[in-house]
Structures are given as structure tokens and as C-alpha cells.
Design a protein around this ligand. Structure first.
Ligand code: AMP
Length: 419
């Protein structure tokens, strides 16, 4: 016998049959709510060119410097996609989606890959759902994004979350703020972490996102962007807050929130939950008005968010929220002997054509073993058929829940399920 091969790659998980119903239930909720918002689904490849992710997510981000799974094939460099905003924008530009008119309101569900240190709530393959609204700079788009995100958690019954909100400003405000921030950090530059020192010239705002202990003291007292926004950015942010208030969506202003990607402009937000432990971020997003142009399109404003699906399911577990139904089948055919099996496989298709789920034993087991299996499969009914039953035409239909049995012809059984 060949040696068994088991996947032991930490951070990569199988979704097993007992768990897949909750994944499907979650996906169904996302599809249903997206339809209510009139968002359209987009599916892009798992692989993207490295250059896109570097340009889109940012050369100096943790994702690009440490976390991408990259490989080369022929002359091309590829990565397993670590996020979907840059790929969706690539698709938007490549297929001229803007020409469909109006803003493109897109959503997605799918796996992402980041070579992070695995721990609870942090995998190397994880799943996100998210929205990208491309083409509008109206705060309505920001708020629709946030409202959709919140709606998913509320519908599932996760109420205990905190929406953190900030504006990271438009390019003019950011340039102004970057100078202020650099002036503040410069005298202590040598005391900052090496990573932050590297970011100082090119992207000083990312220093605010640093988790390095030696940076924390300087981050805590840093000037905040909110004090350096120009009128347009302030107006935009005020309107976002006003609309959120109108929708009764509560939020906390977090002047240090800059998020992990370089592409954010103006609105930035994060959703955290105290039901989650140390990896407490459920979702995050914001505006990225410069990204479409960066990726080769016309200047086009956009806003979006991404939410971790494993984290949402962990929160469900903590709160004992059950997603998805127990496995069950409408009817289990207990067949004894080859003739009954032949009759059984034909009859299965009759039930299935009627929209009734039906199964039978594939292993030629005893009646007792088949009844046990019917129980294990949570069958609502068992239909018992041996050679005798085929001859007399009278079959035994057992209601598994009520343990009641009826002697019926197959037409009577089919009639009962049809009604
Ligand atoms: P980000 O794309 O980094 O803004 O992340 C958005 C959301 O995806 C986070 O709030 C998490 O819920 C989830 N997420 C990000 N990275 C991981 C990971 N390695 N494992 C599990 N979930 C993740």
C-alpha cells in the first residue's frame, strides 16, 4: 500500500462535509443581501500578476513585503491573490466596465492567500466577501458599502461590533499631513523601528499602522490627519457621518486608523468585535480614489470593503448562532436484493424529478444496517423494498420521526410526496 499523504500545511484548512452547510448558508445570505442592494457578483482568477498586487496594494505594505505567495512561470511572475480590490479594479479597467454606465456596484466571495503566521482567526488561505463600488465619489457610496457590511452581521445576529471610522484625506490633505507628520517624527527617527524608518520618506502615514513596540509611544502622540484635512475632504467626511447617523449606524471616530493598504483615500473604516479574541477585525475598507488610475484606467473614484468569513463564523460559534441546517434527506430507500436495488435506482430518479431528495444504500447492507444509516442521514422517511414487496406491490413507508409505518403502493407513495 502506498504511504498515506496528509496535508499538514498549517494555515490551510479543509472545509469538511459537516461544516460546508454553514459556509453555504453564509454565502446564500451574502448573495441574497447583495441582490437587495442591487450589487452584481464578480469572480476573478485566483492568480494575478505580481506587478498588479505590488502596484495596487503598495510596495511597502506588509502584504507585499512579507505575505504574498509568489512564483514565476516562464517570463511571468504570479501571486496567489492576497486581496481582491486590486484584481477587481484590474478587471474594471481591462473590460471597460465603466462603459456600462453609472457606478459599478460589485461584490465578491472567495479565497485569499497570505503567508502570515497562522493562529486562531488567521489562516494562510482564508475567505473574504466584499464590495467595490467604482465610479462614484458621493458619500452615499461609502455609506451603502458600510450599510451592506453591517447588514450581513445584523442579519446573522452578530450585534456586538464596533465600527471605527476615519478620513485619511485626499492627496492634497495627505501631502500636507505627511509633511506635518514627518516634522513630528524626524527628531526621533533613529528611535523608530527599522520598518518605520524605511517608511519615513516614501510613506510616513503607514508608520501609524505599525505594530512594532518601539513605535507605539511616537504613534500615540502623533498629529492626526483629521486636523489637516482640506475643506473638500472635511465636507465629504462630515456627510458620511451624517448619513450613517441617519441610518442609525453607530461608529467611533479613530484618528489613527490608516489600514494596511496604500490605496486608501478619504474614508477608512474597520469593524471589530469583542467576540473574537486577539484577531478582532471582522472587516475593513474605505475609499481608494487613486487606484483605478494607478492600475492604468481613467481617474475614477471608488470605495469598498472586505470581510473575513472565517472570523464571522468564529463569532457565530462564540455566540452559539447556528448557520445552515442539519443534514437531512427526504427519503431513504431500503432495498434488499439486486432486483430491489435496480427498482431503487429507477425510483430515486422519480423522486428527484419531483424535487424530493432521495438516497439509497450503495453497499448491499442488511436491513438493520440500512435503517441505522437512514437514521444517521436524518431521513424523514424510509421506504422498505425487498423481493416480496416487489411481488405484492405493497411497500412499507416508515415515518422516521413518528415511527409510524404505512403499507402503500409506489403510486400512493409518489402521490403522498407530490401533494
Ligand atoms: P484586509 O483585506 O487586510 O483589510 O482584511 C479584511 C478582513 O479579512 C479582516 O478584517 C479579517 O476579517 C480578514 N482577514 C484578513 N487576513 C486574514 C487572515 N490571514 N486570516 C483570516 N482572516 C483574515
Amino acid at each position: 500500500m502506498a504511504k498515506a499523504i496528509y496535508s499538514t500545511h498549517l494555515g490551510f484548512f479543509d472545509i469538511l462535509p459537516d461544516e460546508s452547510p454553514k459556509w453555504r448558508a453564509l454565502e446564500n445570505i451574502i448573495h441574497e443581501e447583495a441582490a437587495k442592494f442591487n450589487f452584481e457578483e464578480i469572480r476573478t482568477p485566483i492568480l494575478e500578476q505580481t506587478e498588479l498586487i505590488k502596484r495596487g496594494v503598495g510596495q511597502l505594505t506588509d502584504i507585499v513585503t512579507k505575505e504574498i505567495f509568489a512564483f514565476t512561470k516562464g517570463d511571468s511572475n504570479y501571486v496567489l491573490r492576497p486581496e481582491l480590490t486590486a484584481p477587481v479594479v484590474r478587471a474594471y479597467v481591462q473590460h471597460h466596465l465603466g462603459q456600462r454606465g453609472g457606478s459599478q456596484k460589485l461584490y465578491y466571495i472567495g479565497p485569499m492567500f497570505r503567508a502570515e503566521r497562522p493562529q486562531k482567526g488567521r489562516q494562510r488561505q482564508f475567505h473574504q466577501f466584499g464590495v467595490e463600488i467604482i465610479g462614484s465619489d458621493n458619500p452615499i457610496a461609502d455609506v451603502e458599502c458600510i450599510a451592506f457590511m453591517i447588514r450581513i452581521y445584523q442579519r446573522i445576529g452578530i450585534q456586538n461590533f464596533d465600527l471605527k471610522l476615519n478620513s485619511v484625506g485626499d492627496p492634497e490633505s495627505r501631502d500636507r499631513y505627511k509633511e506635518v507628520l514627518k516634522d513630528y517624527l524626524k527628531p526621533n527617527l533613529s528611535k523608530l523601528s527599522e520598518l518605520s524608518q524605511n517608511r519615513f520618506e516614501k510613506n510616513p502615514m503607514r508608520i501609524l499602522d505599525s505594530k512594532e513596540p518601539e513605535d507605539q509611544e511616537f504613534i500615540k502622540n502623533a498629529p492626526v490627519i483629521g486636523d489637516h484635512l482640506n475643506d473638500e475632504s472635511t465636507e465629504h467626511f462630515t456627510r458620511v457621518c451624517e448619513l450613517l447617523d441617519k441610518l442609525n449606524i453607530s461608529y467611533t471616530l479613530d484618528p489613527l486608523l490608516v489600514r494596511g493598504m496604500d490605496y486608501y483615500t478619504r474614508t477608512a473604516f474597520e469593524l471589530t468585535s469583542s467576540d473574537l479574541g486577539s484577531q478582532d477585525a471582522l472587516a475593513g475598507g474605505g475609499r481608494y480614489d487613486l487606484l483605478v488610475e494607478e492600475i492604468g484606467g481613467q481617474p475614477t473614484p471608488a470605495v469598498g470593503f472586505a470581510a473575513g468569513m472565517e472570523r464571522l463564523l468564529i463569532a457565530c460559534e462564540e455566540l452559539e448562532i447556528k448557520l445552515g441546517s442539519e443534514k437531512s434527506v427526504d427519503i431513504y430507500l431500503v432495498t434488499l436484493g439486486e432486483k430491489a436495488q435496480t427498482w431503487g435506482i429507477e425510483t430515486l430518479s422519480k423522486f428527484r424529478e419531483m424535487g424530493i431528495s432521495a438516497t439509497m444504500d450503495y453497499m448491499g447492507r442488511s436491513m438493520k444496517a440500512q435503517m441505522k444509516d437512514a437514521n444517521r442521514e436524518n431521513a424523514r422517511y424510509a421506504l422498505i423494498v425487498g423481493e416480496n414487496e416487489l411481488e405484492t406491490g405493497l411497500l412499507t413507508l416508515r415515518n422516521m420521526e413518528e415511527s409510524e409505518e404505512l403499507q402503500l403502493t409506489i403510486d400512493q407513495v409518489l402521490g403522498k410526496f407530490r401533494s
